[in-house]
Ligand binder design. Structure first.
Ligand SMILES: *[C@@H]1O[C@H](CO)[C@@H](O)[C@H](O)[C@H]1NC(C)=O
Ligand SMILES: *[C@@H]1O[C@H](CO)[C@@H](O)[C@H](O)[C@H]1NC(C)=O
Ligand SMILES: *[C@@H]1O[C@H](CO)[C@@H](O)[C@H](O)[C@H]1NC(C)=O
Length: 477
């Protein structure tokens, strides 16, 4: 209904302008653009003399089946670079195991959309491999060089008039974000770092874009107002976020790709920023567009984009954080998202299974590759089932057959943090991100470590030490 109304509005505005409407491109006349631009553009100081733009870009996963997170981050680098940010001010964290991966059909190249250009070329390798750690991420934000372990040494060495943009793309769970190394990143630690950064007086304002499952739980009830931080997340605190451009979906990647190329929220903001004059679009306007696209026609293949922190910052233009590509100077804000049909998408947590399945499907009958794909699929599935069942069992042992599932699945009212005792949550993190809410509820019920250990022992739980184990992978999703 809303979609229809908006489309009619757009069309009638165009009719007033009396211009031809090209098939695939509808642009608003500038008056109409201002009409949509309610309250926006007010802070458009339109010059570069207002401090330095800094960016921290991080993909928290590794493995070819997680291609999309590093593709997102490489794409973000390209767009900021075109926007005029300097390499010395863009700090990139990525495991860097995709471009040269033996599964990559185009060696040395990474794409983030089916017909997209290479986004890998020129990306700075500041923190790669084992150097992609929580400690380094925090130290980079804080500008603390002495706290770094490995990497290029580049940090956000910002001053009081500077603007900082952080983009994180990965798996996540209630209260946690993934890392390709151990440990996970916990929401309360991130918030502490942001508070510290604010206390150091080394930025004017900060924007945080976050793609992950349950990403709303990272800020909900935790990010205070007054830090001059505006954050948006791909999902609310209780739902998955979605991969996009996945094999077998529409639109799908080129046939030879057996993996998703991007994530729905990430691609939504970047494909918007890629084409616009960012002096004429506010954060708020982008939030609305991205929210609409990521909801995916309110289908089952979408999530609820959320915003947190100092919402009044959303009146600022994207230009302040992302610069703008001079080639887009004539492309002002448009509501062209209304014209995108909903696309198919894949739950972040199923993207690995999809990769193995697609590999299996395409491999020649009887080939070693087919056998390998089958084995990988079965291993990933059985790891999941084992952990899921163990968690259910622990719940029943602690709270009883009837109440167990209820306690584990409880969701606190919105605005409240997931858990009060973060140390408790961390201690029990071996169940993986997906079960963080259950673990949080166990902590909130005041269960002691010893009781938990006993229940785990009774449930005969051994966290498998195989390939998918959270004991090895920071990101067991
Ligand atoms: C930087 O990190 C080091 C090592 O963790 C710490 O001792 C020092 O206090 C930090 N410096 C600042 C300014 O926070
Ligand atoms: C980690 O950083 C160190 C120090 O810069 C570097 O020597 C090492 O090669 C890096 N490791 C990876 C995997 O990039
Ligand atoms: C924008 O439009 C003006 C006027 O039509 C034109 O001179 C200019 O080259 C265009 N700029 C870009 C980047 O396309």
């Amino acid at each position: 209904m809303i979609r229809l109304a908006a489309t009619v509005l757009v069309l009638s505005l165009l009719a007033v302008d009396g211009r031809e409407i090209p098939d695939d491109l509808i642009r608003l006349p500038s008056e109409a653009s201002r009409f949509f631009n309610s309250g926006g553009g007010a802070d458009d100081d339109g010059d570069d003399s207002v401090g330095t733009r800094w960016a921290v870009l991080i993909a928290g996963s590794n493995g070819y089946w997680n291609y999309r997170h590093q593709a997102d981050v490489c794409h973000a680098y390209q767009l900021l670079k075109k926007g005029g940010l300097k390499d010395e001010n863009i700090i990139v964290f990525m495991y860097d195991d995709i471009a040269q991966n033996e599964e990559n059909p185009r060696p040395g190249i990474i794409i983030n959309s089916p017909h997209g250009d290479d986004v890998y070329k020129g990306v700075p390798k500041d923190y790669t491999g084992e150097n992609v750690t929580v400690n380094n991420f925090f130290s980079v934000i804080l500008g603390n060089k002495t706290a770094l372990t490995g990497g290029s040494g580049k940090v956000v060495d910002s001053g009081p008039t500077d603007h900082i943009f952080i983009f994180y793309s990965d798996h996540g769970g209630p209260g946690v974000l993934g890392m390709p190394t151990s440990p996970f990143l916990y929401a309360n630690d991130l918030i502490d770092v942001l508070k510290k950064k604010h206390a150091s007086g080394t930025y004017k304002s900060m924007v945080f874009y976050l793609e992950a499952c349950e990403s709303g739980s990272i800020f909900e009830g935790l990010l205070p107002k007054g830090l001059n931080i505006y954050a948006t997340t791909a999902a609310n605190a209780e739902e998955s976020s979605w991969g996009t451009y996945c094999p077998g979906e529409d639109p799908s990647p080129p046939e030879e790709y057996e993996t998703c190329l991007g994530d729905l929220y990430s691609v939504a903001w970047m494909e918007d920023s890629d084409t616009k004059n960012l002096r004429t679009e506010t954060l708020r306007q982008q939030y609305e567009l991205v929210k609409m696209r990521t909801a995916n026609g309110n289908s089952a293949y979408g999530s609820h984009v959320m915003q947190f922190g100092d919402l009044q910052l959303s009146k600022e233009d994207l230009f302040l954080y992302m610069g703008t590509n001079p080639a887009n100077d004539n492309y002002s804000f448009v509501n062209d998202n209304f014209l995108l049909p909903p696309s198919k998408a894949v739950n972040q947590r199923d993207a690995d299974l999809l990769h193995f399945w697609d590999k299996f499907r395409k491999a020649p009958e009887g080939s070693p590759r087919k056998l390998e794909a089958q084995k990988q699929f079965v291993e990933a599935m059985s790891h999941r089932m084992h952990i899921d069942n163990s968690m259910k069992m622990v719940g029943k042992l602690l709270f009883g057959i009837e109440k167990g599932p209820e306690v584990l699945n409880t969701v606190r009212p919105s605005g409240q943090p997931l858990v009060d005792d973060w140390d408790c949550l961390k201690t029990l993190s071996q169940y993986g991100m997906k079960h963080m809410r259950s673990v949080a509820n166990i902590c909130n019920a005041g269960i002691q470590k010893e009781q938990m250990a006993e229940a785990s022992a009774q449930a005969c739980i051994t966290i498998p030490s195989g390939h998918w184990s959270s004991l090895h992978k920071g990101f067991s999703a």
